[in-house]
Design a protein around this ligand. Structure first.
Ligand code: TXA
Ligand code: MG
Length: 323
């Protein structure tokens, strides 16, 4: 099929935006333009939808995703803002700046969107189509750049459809993205604002508005880089993989229909052996089993294909010896 006749690419008219919002509320993935790059959007409150975003991108790891909101007031529903964060938001939103903040308890954002972390990256995009879509959908939208892992970020609708194939239900065509690079990611959870990813807002502009900015990786005062952050969450209990038989007092994270007995508690990532369902359940179930009453968490073998790669990557980090 040629790109020109791909029926999923539609001009971002009000009708198309309304249709896209319905699709998003029904759990579909929709690509949409922002001022930076096209995003692959999905309902950020659904673990299952977020798992499908990771599957569509073909990422071998779970990196936390940026959650898009229409304005600061809505953003405050899902994260904790102090005066410094509100000040940054008022100066740079809407615009190409993502703020990493503590998740608000009960805020409803999928734990998978945060890759199990206690923080969430939020941005309020300036693009009129992104704004209209967020308001019409009425849900926080998780939206990584709408490319397959390892490819360049798309700045035109045709790039998205060519790259993502069946994973995306609809691509709203809003023309070329004006900024063309991703948003700047700024971590506001520590004493000094820390740049995690350079992007559409310059570090000079941030420093002029907010004072000194640390740079992750470059700065000894800023030990966390996005890559390291992705491995931040690990359970407190010891974890072992490819478990077959129970050891005393262990809890089991199972996968598939055949589960051995003798474990103190069992949660099943996916009884039907579905890796997308397993990914959706991973962080929530790990946290539920990570209780002092157990001696450890045993995890059954997870197949190393599709989202199994990302699940195993995370489990291997959790199972690695602690320093
Ligand atoms: O311009 C953009 O930001 C685009 C458009 C679509 O809005 N979106 C985008 O999202 O680039 P994504 O998911 O591809 O980029 C997420 C970046 C990664 O570098 C990730 O490590 C960082 O944000 N990030 C997300 N949540 C984080 C968190 N809780 N803590 C630290 N870093 C986080
Ligand atoms: Mg990207």
């Amino acid at each position: 099929m040629s790109l020109e006749t791909d029926a999923r690419i539609v001009p971002a008219t009000p009708e198309a935006i309304a249709k896209a919002a319905r699709a998003l509320r029904g759990g579909a993935l929709v690509a949409f333009p922002t001022e930076t790059v096209y995003g692959l959007g999905g309902d950020a409150t659904s673990d299952a939808v977020v798992a499908r975003i990771f599957a569509a991108k073909g990422r071998p790891r779970f990196n936390p995703l940026i959650v898009h909101m229409p304005d600061l007031a809505e953003a405050e529903v899902i994260a904790l803002f102090d005066e410094r964060a509100r000040d940054a938001a008022r100066r740079f939103w809407p615009g190409p700046l993502s703020l990493v903040l503590s998740r608000r308890a009960g805020g409803g954002v999928s734990l998978l969107a945060s890759a199990g972390l206690d923080t969430v990256a939020i941005r309020v995009p300036a693009h009129p189509v992104a704004q209209a879509l967020l308001r019409a959908t009425g849900r926080p939208l998780a939206a990584p750049s709408a490319n397959r892992s390892g490819r360049v970020s798309p700045t035109e609708a045709a790039h998205v459809a060519a790259d993502l194939g069946d994973g995306v239900a609809l691509v709203l065509d809003g023309g070329r993205c004006p900024v063309g690079v991703e948003s700047t990611v700024l971590d506001l959870t520590g004493a000094t604002p820390t740049l995690l990813r350079p992007g559409g807002v310059t570090v000079e502009a941030l420093a002029a508005a907010l004072g000194p900015i640390a740079v992750a990786g470059a700065d000894p005062a800023a030990p966390r880089s996005p890559g390291q952050l992705a491995s931040h969450y690990a359970p407190a209990l010891p974890l072992r993989m490819n478990a077959v038989e129970a050891q005393p007092g262990e809890a089991l994270l199972a996968f598939g229909a055949t589960v051995s007995g003798g474990f103190a508690e069992v949660l099943n990532l996916s009884e039907r052996g579905d890796l997308v369902e397993a990914a959706a359940n991973l962080f929530t179930m790990l946290r539920r089993l990570d209780r002092p009453g157990f001696t450890g968490i045993a995890v059954m073998r997870i197949p190393e294909h599709g989202l199994g790669q990302a699940i195993n990557d995370r489990l291997r980090r959790a199972a690695a010896p602690r320093s």
